[in-house]
Structures are given as structure tokens and as C-alpha cells.
Design a protein around this ligand. Structure first.
Ligand code: IDP
Ligand code: MG
Length: 144
């Protein structure tokens, strides 16, 4: 499997629980490296644009309101098969269905407030990384 990068967002519910460090540790313990990161408060316009693919879904307004309810921690994770690996570490969208030991099982309260976002494909990972980071803000381990 190739070395990939993927975008992670620690959502406002997890930031409020003060578990940014615990969540980042799970990525690192599972072979992913944090190669870029920033703590920020999304604007409504940013949240709407980021979740544009869900614009027609009934939960879109709630999703945007939730994502701007507090600061988030956005990072780029790098490692072998990073997109899929991150999705495995995150667990299912609905924490009720998330496997034991996953982030969503341990930190998410509901399908709306589900602790983390992770890119769902290599193509979307590239788009999502570019949404938040300039090229010079990412320091790949491959370049060191
Ligand atoms: P994902 O975050 O696991 O990739 P998506 O289907 O891409 O899940 O949905 C994006 C986000 O929208 C979810 O993480 C969740 O916060 C929210 N969401 C998805 N489905 C529902 C729903 O049925 N009700 C409320 N919120 C939802
Ligand atoms: Mg998704």
C-alpha cells in the first residue's frame, strides 16, 4: 500500500471534551503521523463549503450549525493507506454502530456530534487537504 495523506477534523464536541491529544495519540499509535495541524473556529461559509456534497441532505443545516458551535482541530495524517486506516480508527458514522476501541465508540455521543471527520477517498482527501492547508504548511515525512 502506498503512503497517503488524509484530512482529519476533531469536531467541536470532542474539542469541548478536551481530548484533542487523546485522539491524535490514537492516530500515532496506529501508524499515522500528523504532518500538519491547526486549531480554528470555522465560519458558517467555510463549513457550508466544506460539506457542500451534503447540501441537499436533510441534516445539512444541523451539520453546519454543529461544526460552527465551537473550535475544531484540523490535521493532515500521513501513512500507509492513510484514508482507509483513518476511517477504521474513527469507526462508523453512527457511534451506536461503531466498533469497540474506535474514536467514535469512545468519544461520540450521537450521529450529529460524532467527534471526528475523515476523508472518505484519496480524491476527496486531496480536495479537503487543499481546503485547509497551503502546500508549505504540510511537511511530509517523505521529504525529511
Ligand atoms: P462520515 O462523517 O462518517 O463520513 P457522512 O455520511 O459523510 O459521514 O456525513 C457527514 C456528517 O454528517 C457525519 O459525520 C455526521 O456528523 C452528519 N450526519 C450524517 N448522517 C446523519 C444523519 O442521518 N443525521 C444527522 N447527522 C448526520
Ligand atoms: Mg463523509
Amino acid at each position: 500500500m502506498p503512503i497517503q495523506q488524509t484530512l482529519s477534523i476533531i469536531k467541536p464536541d470532542a474539542v469541548k471534551q478536551n481530548v484533542i491529544g487523546e485522539i491524535l495519540t490514537r492516530f500515532e499509535k496506529n501508524g499515522l503521523s500528523i504532518v500538519a495541524g491547526k486549531y480554528l473556529f470555522l465560519t458558517k461559509e467555510q463549513a457550508e463549503k466544506f460539506y457542500d456534497i451534503h447540501r441537499e441532505r436533510p441534516f445539512f443545516t444541523d451539520l453546519v450549525d454543529f461544526m460552527i458551535s465551537g473550535p475544531v482541530f484540523v490535521s493532515v495524517l500521513e501513512g500507509e493507506d492513510a484514508v482507509l486506516k483513518n476511517r477504521e480508527i474513527m469507526g462508523a458514522t453512527d457511534p451506536k454502530e461503531a466498533a469497540d476501541g474506535t474514536i467514535r465508540k469512545d468519544f461520540a455521543k450521537s450521529i450529529d456530534a460524532n467527534a471526528v471527520h475523515g476523508s472518505d477517498s484519496h480524491e476527496n482527501a486531496i480536495k479537503e487537504i487543499m481546503f485547509f492547508f497551503r502546500e508549505d504548511e504540510i511537511i511530509s515525512k517523505l521529504e525529511l
